[in-house]
Ligand binder design. Structure first.
Ligand SMILES: [Zn+2]
Length: 72
């Protein structure tokens, strides 16, 4: 943050997307532009689906493994 301050220009808070640096509308409450927020939401959903899938897989495998282990 060694950027020199210009007179008036930087007095106004310039809001840009944290990810791609695109200028944000003043109505935007977020630190990311619509595009990046959509991408993030999509990535999060995909991650959650992946976790869910793995969880379901584990849950479906564990009883089988237990059954196999207990079998004598
Ligand atoms: Zn962006």
């Amino acid at each position: 943050m060694s950027r020199k301050k210009k007179n008036n220009e930087e007095a106004v808070e310039e809001r840009v997307c944290k990810k791609c640096g695109a200028p944000l509308r003043s109505t935007n409450r977020y630190n990311y532009c619509d595009n990046c927020r959509r991408e993030r939401a999509k990535a999060r959903r995909e991650t959650m689906e992946l976790c869910l899938g793995v969880g379901v897989m584990v849950l479906s495998i564990v009883p089988g493994v237990k059954h196999f282990v207990n079998k004598k």
